[in-house]
Design a protein around this ligand. Structure first.
Ligand SMILES: *[C@@H]1O[C@H](CO)[C@@H](O)[C@H](O)[C@H]1NC(C)=O
Ligand SMILES: *[C@@H]1O[C@H](CO)[C@@H](O)[C@H](O)[C@H]1NC(C)=O
Ligand SMILES: *[C@@H]1O[C@H](CO)[C@@H](O)[C@H](O)[C@H]1NC(C)=O
Ligand SMILES: *[C@@H]1O[C@H](CO)[C@@H](O)[C@H](O)[C@H]1NC(C)=O
Ligand SMILES: *[C@@H]1O[C@H](CO)[C@@H](O)[C@H](O)[C@H]1NC(C)=O
Length: 415
């Protein structure tokens, strides 16, 4: 099988005791509040948004890969015959500027609540498809006087076709919105997926998953593990925005944008992800539908994937809706009806708290080659291993992640 899958897997463990536990954080935020900081996140905007690539990226991350016939029909194969997706659907991903090393080097990272590695392109990266650049801003460990290579530590990105890309690990300073973390573990990529080589706006990824271990061997603390003891309050919040700059806050909940009180939901204890149980959904003009499901809150997935029966009923209520039979029955609709898409609603379990997702947020944008029809930003989770609350829904909500109680809080917000 020549299917590429961005699965982070362990390298064989080497016998080294726990390292990197010695990170020190000096908590000075630019807003002057001890133990907290904010990061602005801008949505990358591409001329031609790639629904099919975003769809494929979600299937690679959360599902069973991309069917061969789809990969062929939509030209998703690279010159080596591997499925060539943006590992994080970089068409529509939320990127923050952070700094690494001393003197500081500016890089661009995506904040991803669905993974746990903090990795970057660097002067160690070998480029195979874009040998001459331009590349995204990269980390140059040799140019930082505080970088130390973590001896014998490795990380590994495994592809389904059997090839593996690996990287090495440094300890160095990370600076986020005025907050400094010394000796943080930074995974430096030796090889990256081919599309990353041409993506100049994204240096790497900062994983913020609930409790998923990073892929570093021997095991090492994740970025959140290092950060948490230094935060005033063990929380972070995501305020993603449609086509505008959003914000992640760490260490405090600033509810200024919220329209109602936050409702906290427990996450599934046995899952390493931010998985919450939902059960009541409706949309403008429909009843409440009782259907239990567990959804992963993932800022690193552009689209939202709901249980098939619910997604199907919603789109059946949209005049002119068509399924794209070539792409696993993905839902499409006439673009001129985008402003009239029904608002989607979730009633949070055990409460009367209703989250409202404006219908137009569920418009992903026109189909390439037929701009009278648009892709739905919410699709069926058939074939995925989880349902995913991704960017299209999160942009209309204020969401908080509690690192201690492992709960996720939701509120509506000013849009
Ligand atoms: C960077 O450091 C490594 C190992 O410390 C060394 O092998 C390499 O030549 C250095 N590269 C540059 C460009 O200085
Ligand atoms: C970072 O780690 C290095 C090597 O382990 C150590 O010499 C240095 O003192 C540490 N720096 C801080 C600020 O903890
Ligand atoms: C988003 O911003 C881009 C660039 O400013 C603009 O062309 C586009 O129409 C905007 N899209 C929406 C949905 O507002
Ligand atoms: C809270 O957020 C608002 C904007 O949403 C900002 O103006 C205000 O300064 C923030 N408060 C603190 C304490 O950071
Ligand atoms: C939030 O909760 C407080 C205290 O329970 C209550 O006084 C207030 O009215 C609530 N606000 C909203 C918008 O529901």
């Amino acid at each position: 099988m020549v299917i590429l899958c961005i699965l982070l897997a362990f390298f064989q463990a080497l016998s080294i005791a726990s390292i990197a536990a010695a990170a020190i954080v000096s908590g000075q935020s630019h807003t002057g509040i001890e133990g907290s900081f904010s990061l602005s996140v801008a949505e990358t905007y591409h001329q031609s948004k790639g629904f099919v690539r975003d769809w494929a990226a979600a299937r690679q991350k959360w599902g069973k890969g991309v069917p061969k016939d789809v990969a062929t029909a939509f030209s998703l194969l690279d010159s080596n015959g591997r499925v060539d997706v943006e590992p994080l659907g970089s068409d529509d991903i939320f990127i923050a500027n952070i700094e690494i090393g001393n003197p500081p080097q500016a890089v661009k990272i995506a904040l991803d609540t669905g993974s746990s590695d903090l990795w970057l392109q660097s002067s160690d990266t070998t480029y195979f498809y874009n040998r001459k650049g331009p590349w995204a801003p990269r980390y140059h460990p040799n140019m930082s006087r505080t970088s130390n290579i973590l001896k014998d530590a490795e990380w590994n990105v495994k592809y389904m076709d059997g090839t593996a890309a690996n990287g090495i690990v440094y300890l160095d300073t990370i600076r986020l919105g005025g907050f400094e973390i010394h000796n943080a573990t930074i995974q430096s990529a030796l090889v990256v997926a081919s599309r990353f080589e041409r993506e100049t706006g994204l240096s790497g990824i900062m994983g913020l998953a609930k409790s998923l271990p990073s892929s570093i061997a021997p095991p090492s603390k994740t970025f959140l593990d290092l950060l948490r003891p230094q935060l005033q309050s063990p929380v972070f919040t995501a305020d993603l925005r449609l086509n505008a700059t959003g914000r992640f806050d760490f260490g405090r909940i600033n509810g200024t944008v919220a329209l109602d009180n936050m409702t906290w939901l427990n996450t599934t204890p046995e899952s390493d992800h931010w998985d919450v149980g939902l059960n009541l959904m409706s949309w403008e003009g429909s009843n409440w539908w009782l259907h239990d499901f567990t959804a992963t809150v993932d800022t690193g997935t552009t689209l939202t994937f709901l249980p098939d029966v619910l997604a199907r009923m919603y789109w059946s209520d949209v005049p002119g809706m068509r399924v794209d039979t070539q792409l696993s029955d993905a839902f499409t609709f006439p673009c001129d009806g985008a402003d009239r898409l029904p608002d989607l609603r979730f009633k949070l379990p055990g409460t009367e708290h209703v989250l409202n997702i404006p219908g137009p947020y569920l418009n992903y944008g026109p189909i390439a080659g037929d701009d009278t029809y648009c892709w739905g930003g919410m699709q069926s989770a058939d074939d995925l291993e989880s349902t995913i609350i991704g960017g299209t829904v999160l942009k209309s909500l204020f969401v908080a992640f509690d690192l201690e109680t492992k709960r996720v809080g939701f509120a509506n917000k000013r849009l």
